[in-house]
Design a protein around this ligand. Structure first.
Ligand code: FAD
Length: 361
């Protein structure tokens, strides 16, 4: 099929890769100046793949999509032809002495909401030191088994390169003004396709009631720290997560602010996030801040993801704070809706996976 994709962020790149690999004729349009321009939220994301921890602000369907995507990411990464770091050694939750009350409420909530086998498991600090020697400071810890992380910057590069190698064509500097069944409009010109995908994130307004939720993250260089898993501090005001990456890097995030302000990271966020990160990994004191970035998470009014399908047009949006966690399963579901062959997603039914009915709205 001749397919047009509006948006070359996370979803656009994943779609371009899957569809071109399956033999379709794919063209992608994005206002970014080139493939490495970091406008998409996909670049800024820390890349936590944490379906249980995300149950704090997501529903069961997001959990199921996350579980499915956790199976799909390693398979997709293996097909990209370059290294894309995917970790699946669990994630750790921490609380400081004095914060037991709030932490216990969160752990109780996750325990009630998580399906059997996915509940948080309490650890002693001795057990934590065996898993993550750099963690010093918190008094309480829990393991969320099976969770992990993915190197989003590597994946953004690799998905675009692999899609290009499979024949996808990219139109940079091209803003899609509107979409309709089988067509999209660029610079006043109607471009015809057999199917078009609207994956413009916050750029999909006014066709979708999407808003941007500002998030700020830091990339630190911390040689010798050797963290292996995502770490998250449970705290009423200073919630923070740390995500280790190849090259001795650690991503520290993230603020969540109801604003579409794309200006640089604030002093308040810098002080709060880095102090909270340092409180669980004191050795971060000597880390170097190599990047501070702000971007917008695309969110719909209910903060849940959505796939809208009509003949010749599919819109996917609202991935909010779980885009990397759920994107492969969302794409798989969207391709099923529009009758395109999702076989290339390496669809392997996993024991324990609960597939819910499609959520076409
Ligand atoms: C600070 C931060 C931390 C995050 N951390 C995580 C995390 O740890 N785990 C996780 O799972 N998710 C995380 N996310 C969320 C994740 O990044 C998003 O959910 C995901 O990127 C959304 O994918 P998308 O393709 O819908 O949008 P995007 O990745 O934003 O891509 C949208 C694309 O559409 C393009 N576009 C806009 N307007 C137009 C137009 N008119 N025509 C054509 N193209 C257009 C844009 O240029 C962009 O390239 C985080 C996000 C942020 C901001």
């Amino acid at each position: 099929m001749k397919i047009g994709i509006a948006g070359a962020g996370l979803l656009g790149r994943l779609l371009a890769f899957q569809l071109s690999k399956a033999g379709h004729d794919v063209e992608v349009f994005d206002p970014a100046a080139h493939a490495e321009a970091r406008g998409a939220a996909g670049w800024t994301a820390a890349g936590m793949l944490c379906p249980v921890a995300e149950l704090q602000c997501a529903d069961e369907h997001v959990f199921d999509l996350g579980l499915r995507s956790l199976e799909l990411w390693p398979q997709i990464a293996a097909q990209l032809g370059v290294d894309v770091e995917v970790r699946r050694e669990g994630s750790l939750l921490f609380a400081h002495r004095g914060d037991e009350g709030a932490a216990a409420r969160t752990i109780d909530f996750l325990t009630r909401k998580a399906p059997p086998g996915f509940e948080p498991q309490a650890l002693t600090m001795e057990q934590v030191r065996e898993l993550e020697p750099a963690v010093q400071g918190p008094a309480h810890a829990w393991m969320l088994p099976g969770e992990g992380s993915l190197h989003t910057v590597q994946a953004m590069h690799a998905l675009a390169s692999a899609a290009s190698a499979a024949g996808a064509r990219w139109h940079w500097g091209s803003t899609v003004e509107k979409l309709e069944s089988g067509a999209l409009w660029v610079a006043g010109e109607r471009r015809e396709f057999e199917w078009v995908f609207d994956v413009r994130g916050v750029g999909a307004r006014p066709d979708l009631p999407v808003r941007g939720v500002r998030g700020e993250v830091f990339t630190l260089h911390a040689p010798g720290l050797a963290l292996r898993r995502p770490l998250r501090l449970l705290h009423a005001r200073h919630a923070v997560y740390l995500v280790p990456r190849a090259g001795d890097q650690v991503v520290v995030g993230a603020s969540s602010i109801e604003s579409e302000d794309r200006s640089p990271v604030s002093v308040r966020t810098t002080v709060e996030l880095l102090a909270a990160a340092h409180s669980i990994v004191p050795a971060l004191a000597e880390a170097r801040v190599v990047m501070a970035e702000a971007n917008l998470r695309p969110a719909l009014p209910d903060n849940l993801p959505r796939i809208d399908t009509q003949a010749g047009l599919t819109r996917i949006n609202g991935l909010y704070r779980h885009g990397w966690l759920i994107a492969p399963a969302m794409v798989e579901e969207a391709l099923c809706h529009c009758g395109l062959d999702p076989q290339s997603m390496a669809a392997v039914e996993q024991p324990g996976l609960r597939v819910k009915p499609a959520m076409t709205a």
